[in-house]
Design a protein around this ligand. Structure first.
Ligand SMILES: Cc1cc2nc3c(=O)[nH]c(=O)nc-3n(C[C@H](O)[C@H](O)[C@H](O)COP(=O)(O)OP(=O)(O)OC[C@H]3O[C@@H](n4cnc5c(N)ncnc54)[C@H](O)[C@@H]3O)c2cc1C
Length: 414
């Protein structure tokens, strides 16, 4: 197992402070539930959150730093995610538990409190692979894939981005040409989470009739994937390139409900963005919690640095922004559960919560001084991970443009 042998979660380098992330302070008034949101959650919501929290504390935190260092995803945790029912948790039937949107959000928050790579795995599997099969697939496709994906027996990936078409996804050039009862796929996708470990890829390609989603199984002749190395962000996650060279797939692999084209792909992204809005709060919570404990314990000029106004200003800003982000998520969850959420509301929450989490992680790193740049504390890992959140699933700027268009009626995209 990839662990730092014999080391507690935090260990002394010079005269380090003994802090444990497992003791996250959720106390109202002093901790991370400043507005007592717990009182607004149901017993089920709290129970699931505590279950995932215990899993992250017990099984993720002890190994995640080593995976981050080595640039590997903890694949051994995939069956555990399946057992806990967190993969495609908000879908109904086909082996999925059908939890509420609030429960789903809290799961994403807790997974990302551990690591963004872990939450990204669950987001891709649930929101970008299971959701499109569930929403756009045939009954046979659902029965074949969803139960195995829910259990973590199979892994999926979502191939939308291309080297020359990132934000401008409608410009994609990957082609699916119809030949009798088959399609021939040609093109490539890049930056694909889970790509090299996936048993099935949801691939978006340009067919004669428009952009469509296809199921492409691992091992199909003409389909290869390779891992992208050298990342400084989301290191505990597999990111890959998918290559299709005259890859022949049966017509039955088309997801028939994707006839809306790009809109269908955007519907999937909306599901994932909802999870990111919650997940970013989890990453911010860890950074704040560590920074607060560190500041109270770290003595400089004869007293804890938490006693200095400049440090307090940062801590207060962090808690204020976390509380605001938690409130956004709560209301977003209510609207989504009621089937009333607008995609622009999801954009606002993704945009805001990721931006604030990114700032919070940076402030936490500052508060830790030199200790903030080493991976014995989780802060630098979250700070680096948040760079990916800022960019994927619609960059910060693209969400700004989505909202700008919504409130002015004028598109500033091109
Ligand atoms: C670790 C990781 C995992 C990923 N996982 C997946 C995955 O599983 N599946 C998948 O399909 N994709 C995935 N992506 C890709 C991701 O969604 C894209 O990186 C993202 O959409 C942005 O595309 P781009 O990187 O090509 O940037 P570009 O689109 O080239 O943008 C570059 C910059 O220009 C800005 N910009 C672009 N257009 C405008 C405009 N009109 N106005 C103002 N500014 C603009 C952007 O905001 C950005 O700052 C992943 C990316 C990363 C880093």
């Amino acid at each position: 197992m990839l662990v730092f042998p014999g080391r507690p979660w935090y260990f002394p380098l010079t005269r380090r402070l003994s802090l444990r992330t497992t003791e996250i302070d959720m106390d109202p008034f002093t901790g991370l539930d400043y507005y007592r949101l717990d009182e607004l959650y149901t017993d089920e919501e709290r129970l699931v959150r505590e279950t995932v929290r215990a899993f992250v504390d017990g099984e993720v935190l002890p190994i995640i730093e080593a995976h981050h260092r080595q640039g590997t995803f903890p694949v051994g945790l995939i069956p555990r995610l399946g057992e806990m029912g967190v993969l495609g948790a908000n879908l109904h039937g086909y082996g999925c538990p059908g939890v509420t949107e609030m429960v789903y959000g809290l799961i994403m928050q807790e997974l990302e409190r551990g690591d963004s790579g872990l939450r990204s795995f669950a987001s891709v599997q649930g929101a970008l692979v299971m959701y499109p099969i569930y929403t756009f697939g045939t009954e046979a496709q659902k029965e074949e894939w969803l139960p195995q994906l829910a259990k973590g027996e199979k892994v999926g990936c979502f191939g939308l981005t291309e080297a020359d078409h990132g934000s401008d996804l409608a410009g994609m050039v990957t082609k699916a040409v119809r030949r009798g009862d088959h399609y021939i796929l040609n093109g490539s996708k890049v930056w694909i989470t889970n790509g090299t470990i996936a048993d099935v890829a949801i691939v978006w390609a340009r067919a004669d009739e428009g952009i469509r989603g296809f199921l492409v199984e691992k091992g199909r002749p003409g389909f290869t994937s390779r891992e992208i190395h050298g990342k400084f962000s989301l290191r505990a996650s597999v990111t890959s390139e998918l290559i299709f060279q005259d890859c022949r797939i049966p017509r039955g692999n088309l997801l028939p409900g994707t006839e809306q084209g790009v809109k269908a792909a955007l519907m999937c992204l909306n599901q994932a963005r909802y999870g990111i809005a919650w997940g970013a709060v989890g990453a911010a919570m860890t950074c704040y919690d560590v920074a607060l404990k560190y500041a109270k314990a770290r003595v400089q000029f004869g007293r804890p640095i938490a006693g200095y106004q400049l440090v307090q200003r940062k801590l207060v800003y962090m808690l204020t922004e976390i509380t605001k982000a938690q409130l956004l998520c709560l209301r977003l969850g209510q609207l989504k559960q009621a089937g009333q959420v607008r995609h622009t509301q999801i954009s606002l929450a993704k945009m805001n919560n990721v931006e604030k989490a990114r700032e919070i992680a940076r402030m936490a790193r500052e508060i830790l001084g030199a200790a903030g740049i080493v991976d014995e504390y989780p802060v630098i890992r979250h700070m680096l991970n948040l760079e990916t959140l800022y960019t994927y699933e619609g960059t910060h700027e693209i969400h700004t443009l989505i909202l700008g268009r919504d409130i002015t009626g004028l598109s500033a995209f091109a």
